[in-house]
Design a protein around this ligand. Structure first.
Ligand code: ACO
Length: 459
């Protein structure tokens, strides 16, 4: 390569979700919790889940196959493939290596990259790696492909309604319709036991729910403050000062463990802006919030007065900048690594093309343990590349509508089946593949050496 590739970003996107869901209002009644706890308190309407016919390998195989077919990308034209996941079926063999089965007919084995794991952040790390490869001296002119997928399941109890599942594939290259801003990424990493998976014989995590929320909000504060600082420098025009605040973004997307936390997070950005203005500006910029002038961010994670006041104040911004991005999160639940990028797909599928053109989108990625980053992208003009990318994800609403509702009792039985047979070998899944969407890869059987074999439903 003779020159630095321009406008590196996302050239195409493909998202898949399970073909079955459980209704959250029905789940409230089945679980015997007060009506509204999951639907209003957490802001969730449906939760997607996988039967024992799907695992992390099959989800990722499906999403890659669909992206390559829809966008007619030749497998020979992929030079790097990165997978971000926290759903582990084999401690040493990567999901990426399983995906190489799809490359066999092309004869292309020259594909860098393996898996990246840190809770819901692995997809973002994979994405950053892919962007770095395209921008590096190692780049050979081909696309990078990033896959983020997970099956999010919790033991019975208060965390169970925050499950979900899905996978996303993102084609990364130069001259992209969604271009990542350079020099502005802000990262916050620390050690915390808020959510982790120490029991390797179980799919379920060990969770400290309250701590995980505190860690998430603290990470958001740190990333946002740093992003604003870095971006203010990058975006200043010669000597004209430019202060990055919420108004810098046309849309802001968040990792979504549940939708209510995302609405609180948008309000949290306004709180960050509030603590950053001078005392003299408070009354004009934040009318009605003067009583919080001595507030300290680290003392407000669970301060209901502050939370309520800033949520009310930021309601219009939430409606304008974030609500559309929650389409998939509210209907599928926490997909873990694909969650943030499901927000991007939701936005692209919800806003008219003309409204997307030229807009700046902020993204906040969080993975327990903990790893987090805030970064941004710019949507280019509404040329053919953007039109193609958007038309590729526009069927998402139809896909959500085509899913089958399953009763909470059946959902619970399915969770028990997964629980009982997790890591069993040999094993042949009990669920019928007939309920899966067309073109879905599924687990046919696991042999006595724990080797997994897959088949695909007709397209
Ligand atoms: N009607 C309306 N709202 C209600 C009702 C009702 N009948 N009952 C309760 N609520 C509200 C509560 O007031 C609360 O809202 P608030 O937080 O705004 O006050 C909300 O519903 C949740 O209720 P809680 O009793 O606080 O929550 P619970 O103890 O059941 O657990 C939690 C919630 C912690 C999110 C749990 O589901 C969990 O541990 N999930 C997994 C961890 C997680 O998602 N963490 C987030 C970041 S890390 C990650 O992405 C994995």
């Amino acid at each position: 390569m003779t020159s630095w590739p321009a406008d590196v970003g996302i050239c195409a996107l493909e998202l898949i979700v399970p073909s079955q869901y459980v209704d959250q209002a029905e789940l409230e009644s089945h679980d015997g919790v007060p009506p509204g706890k999951y639907t209003i308190g957490l802001g969730q309407s449906k939760m997607g889940f996988c039967t024992d016919r799907e695992d992390i390998n099959s989800l990722c195989m499906t999403v890659v196959s669909k992206l390559m077919e829809r966008h007619k990308v030749d497998f020979c034209n992929i030079g790097r493939l990165e997978v971000g996941t926290e759903t582990i079926v084999d401690k040493s063999k990567s999901v990426k290596s399983v995906l190489m089965q799809l490359f066999t007919d092309s004869g292309n084995y020259d594909v860098e990259g393996v898996d990246t794991t840190n809770a819901c952040y692995g997809g973002t790390s994979a994405l950053f790696n892919a962007v770095s490869w395209v921008e590096s001296s190692a780049w050979d002119g081909r696309y990078a492909l990033v896959v983020a997928g997970d099956i999010a399941v919790y033991a019975k109890g208060n965390a169970r309604p925050t499950g979900g599942a899905g996978a996303i594939a993102m084609l990364i290259g130069p001259n992209a319709p969604l271009v990542f801003d350079r020099g502005v990424r802000a990262t916050y990493m620390a050690h915390a036991y808020d959510f982790y998976k120490p029991d390797l014989s179980s799919e379920y995590p060990t969770v400290d729910g309250k701590l995980s929320i505190q860690c998430y909000l603290n990470a958001l504060d740190n990333c946002y403050q740093l992003y604003c600082k870095k971006a203010s420098k990058v975006f200043q025009n010669n000597s004209t000062k430019y202060k990055v605040e919420l108004r810098h973004f046309d849309a802001v997307l968040f990792h979504s463990p549940y939708c209510k936390l995302v609405q609180k997070s948008l309000a949290r950005l306004v709180l960050n802006d509030y603590v950053n203005v001078s005392e003299g500006e408070v009354a004009s910029r934040f009318p009605g919030l003067e009583q919080f002038k001595d507030v300290k961010l680290e003392e407000t994670y669970f301060d209901r007065d502050v939370e309520k006041a800033f949520m009310t104040f930021s309601k219009d911004d939430f409606e304008k900048k974030t609500k559309a991005s929650l389409l998939i999160a509210s209907q599928v639940g926490n997909m873990y690594t694909p969650s943030l990028y499901g927000g991007l797909v939701s936005l692209l599928a919800s806003w008219p093309l003309a409204d997307l053109s030229g807009k700046r989108v902020g993204l906040f990625s969080y993975g327990s343990g903990l790893a987090s980053s805030m970064f941004s992208l710019r949507v280019t003009g509404d040329g053919p590349a953007l039109q193609k990318l958007v038309s590729g994800v526009s069927g998402v609403t139809e896909m959500l509508g085509a899913r089958k509702a399953v009763s909470p009792a059946q959902f619970s039985e399915m969770m028990e089946l997964r629980e009982k047979n997790h890591h069993q070998a040999p094993y042949t899944p009990r669920s019928s593949p007939d309920t899966l969407f067309p073109g879905t890869w599924y687990l046919d059987h696991v042999d006595d050496k724990h080797r997994r074999f897959y088949k695909r439903t007709a397209s």
